[in-house]
Ligand binder design. Sequence first.
Ligand code: NAP
Ligand code: HSE
Length: 432
Amino acid sequence: MSAAEVRVGLLGLGTVGTGVVSIISRHQEELRHQVGCPVTVKKVLVRDKEKQRPVDLDESLVTDQIEDVLFDKNIDVVIEVMGGVETTREHLLTALRNGKHVVTANKDLMALYGAELLQVASENGCDLYYEASVAGGIPILRSLSDGLSADRITKMMGIVNGTTNYILTKMTQNGSSYEEVLKVAQELGFAESDPTADVEGLDAARKMAILATLGFSMDVSLDDVSVKGISSVTKTDLDYCDQLGYTMKLIGLAKRDEGRVEVSVEPTLLPKEHPLASVHNEYNAVYVYGEAVGETMFYGPGAGSLPTATAVVSDLVSVMKNMRLGVCGRQVQEPLHARVLKKANEIDSKYFMRLRVLDKAGTFQAVTSLFASHDVSFEKLLQLPIAGEEVAEVIVITHHTTKENYEQLYKKLSELEVIESIESSYRVEGGR
Ligand code: NAP
Ligand code: HSE
C-alpha cells in the first residue's frame, strides 16, 4: 500500500462499475476521513473502449487488457464488477497471488468458488470481500458475520432477487404482462445480461447458498438448493392469491432444525400481512431468526447502480481499514458444522394447488379421499365452475404437511381420471 493513497483497479464499467466510480469520486471526503488517505482509480477494464459511459473518467485509465490491472504493481485493490465465472475466477486468483486485495459483487463466482478464493486470499495475506453479491445495497453478510456473530441462526427467509420481485410486483399491482415487465427490469439495470438466471431462480439460489454457508457456518453448495423460478407464474395464479388473502413472492428459505438444513428458492404465497409481502419492486429483504436475538429484518434496494456500488465501496473501506491495521487476510474460518440436508419427510409446509377437474358427480369425493389418504388436509377450498365448459377450477390451500406426503399426493392427483390438469402448485409460508 502506498502511504499516500489507496489505488484501485476496476474490472468492469457497467451498471455497478459506473456506480463505483461515481461514489469514489463524489464521496472522496468521507472516504479520506475513514481511511486517512485518498482513494484513486488507477485502471478500468472494459470490453469495448469506444463505448460511451455515463461517468466522467480520464480516457487514459480505460483499458481492454486484463494484464494492465492484474500485473500493475501500483494497484492495491482489485474491484471485480464484470461478472462471469471461470475466466473471472482465474483473474481473481492471479490478483490474489499478486498480493492484491479483492472486492467482488459476483454471486455466481462466490457461490461456486467462494471457499477456494477465500483460502487463496488468506494464504496470500489478502482480503476478499463480497457484500454486494447478496441483496445489493443491504449489508446482510456483514450483519451475519459481525452484528449477529454471537447468535445461532436457525432461519433466513428472504426476497433476494430484485428483478423477479419487480416483475411479480408489477404483474400483481398493474396487471402487466410478464414479458413487458421483464423488459423494463432489464432497461433499469436490475436484470442480469441473460435474465434466465433471475427468472428461473438461479440468481436467488446462489445468494441463498452464500447466506446459508455464512449464517449456518456450514459448507452449503449451489447443488444443495432446491430451485423453482417464476417463469410459469400466471396472472390467474396471482388473482387467486389475492382473493385468498395472499401475495406471491420469490422466497429464498434457509432453515435449520436440530443440525439438519433445507435451502430452497421458489414462488411462495405469504399472507398479505406478512412483513415480506409488502416488499415491492426491486427491493430486497431478508428475515433472520436467531435463537437469542429472535426476529430481525433487513430491508433495502437489492439491485441497481448506486445501491450495489455502496456495498462494493464499503467493502473497499473495510479492506483499507485492515490495510492500515495490518490485519488483512484473516477472514477464513473452517465451517463449524457438517452439512446435513433434511429429507423430504422432514420438510414441513403448507401448499397452494390449482386444479381443473371434471364438473360431475363423484369428482369431489375422488379428490378429497386422495388428500385424506395422504394425510393432507384442507385449510381453504374454493370450487368455481368455468362458464361454457364441463370443467371447474378447484383451488386448495392445505394445512401443514411434509414435502414427501405432498409430492406423493401430487403424483396420484395427476394420474386421477377426474382431474384434467394441475395448473399450478406453490409453497405457502408465514402464519400458523
Ligand atoms: P454490466 O452492466 O453488464 O457490466 C459489466 C462490465 O464488465 C461492462 O463494463 C463490460 O464491458 C465489462 N466486462 C464484462 N466482461 C468483460 C470481459 N471479458 N473483459 C473486459 N470487460 C468485461 O454488469 P453489472 O450489472 O454491472 O454487474 C456486474 C457484476 O455485479 C455481476 O457479477 C453482477 O451479477 C453483479 N451485481 C449486479 C447488480 C446490479 O444491480 N446490476 C447487483 C449486485 C451484483 P463493456 O461495458 O465494454 O461491455
Ligand atoms: N439481477 C440481480 C437481481 C442483481 O435482480 O437481484 C442483483 O444481484
